[in-house]
Write a protein that binds this ligand. Structure first.
Ligand code: GUN
Length: 279
């Protein structure tokens, strides 16, 4: 078997065009979608992510409003900025790039974002709504994974799905989305006793660990669909995911590459959320 490669880059480009068309319709009603991007400190990876998000915003007719703050900003000052953005009617979506520098506590900051502007879907209201199967804003990475699965016509009802990694940003919301889509979901993490056995039963595997070779090709059930959220550097400094990619091509029925799989879908999904917030 040679797996179908799920081209997130091409699909994301199509989604950005759709979002741009939706923005244009909003502009005709006098609304320009505005996304406040809050970046604290100078983490190089965060700077790259934010640059990509701002570039996509431009392409989608979304005004990105840049709020860069030094790493020594106080918790109170950052909170005050969020409250100011909540009250700003030109701001439809608020994104606080994570992780925040040491010394800042992300939870109270994310909790302070108006849930109606929470385009990252991290607010407890939005997580709660997703858990109850009535989502409003869904976190961009898991949302992008679901769109990829839908476009590839992957049937989820009644299937065994394994999510590896239980982060609030990806693993947990991903498990909820798959549950809502009627899959039987197992959420694995660092305490899972036998990851190989869990993955061996999975029709769909979502890897969101952040570690090279966290999922080995020989563990996969033949024909499994593999979504690789990982973004790592291998020993040669080459970008790679969490899954043994080349070896998995011969076992899986479909797989996302890294780069060019989930990454671009995350950004396109965020833009969908911004336009939803502005609508
Ligand atoms: N850091 C890593 N992924 C994300 C994301 O999806 N949103 C935000 N705000 N920060 C992140």
């Amino acid at each position: 078997m040679t797996a179908q490669v799920l081209d997130g880059k091409a699909l994301a480009s199509q989604l950005r065009e759709e979002v741009a068309a939706a923005s244009k319709r909003l502009a005709e009603r006098g609304i320009t979608p505005g996304l406040a991007v809050v970046l604290v400190g100078d983490d190089p990876a965060s700077q790259i992510y934010v640059r990509h998000k701002e570039r996509a915003a431009k392409e989608c007719g979304v005004t990105a409003l840049d709020y860069r703050r030094d790493a020594d900003i106080s918790q109170e000052e950052l909170l005050a900025l969020i409250l100011e953005l909540n009250a700003d009617e030109n701001v439809h979506g608020i994104l606080v790039q994570l992780p925040l520098p040491d010394g800042l506590d992300a939870s109270p900051i994310l909790d302070a974002i108006d849930p109606a502007k929470d385009v990252d879907g991290f607010h407890p209201d939005n997580i709660g709504r997703l858990a109850q199967g009535r989502p409003r804003f869904v976190a961009a990475t898991p949302k992008g994974c679901m769109t990829l699965l839908a476009k590839a016509n992957v049937e989820l009802a009644g299937k065994n799905a394994v999510v590896v990694g239980r982060s609030n940003i990806v693993g947990k919301p991903m498990a909820m989305l798959l549950t809502n889509a009627n899959a039987s979901v197992t959420l694995c993490h660092s305490h899972t006793k036998d990851l190989a056995a869990e993955i061996g039963r999975a029709d769909v595997v979502v890897a969101a660990v952040g570690k090279v070779n966290a999922v080995r090709a020989e563990w996969l059930k033949p024909g499994a669909v593999v979504i690789d959220v990982g973004m790592n550097r291998d020993e040669n400094g080459k970008l790679c995911g969490d899954v043994q990619y080349e070896e998995s091509l011969a076992v899986a029925s479909a797989i996302t590459p890294v780069p060019g799989g989930v990454g671009p879908m995350t950004i396109a999904s965020l833009m969908q959320n911004v336009v939803l917030a502005a609508s």
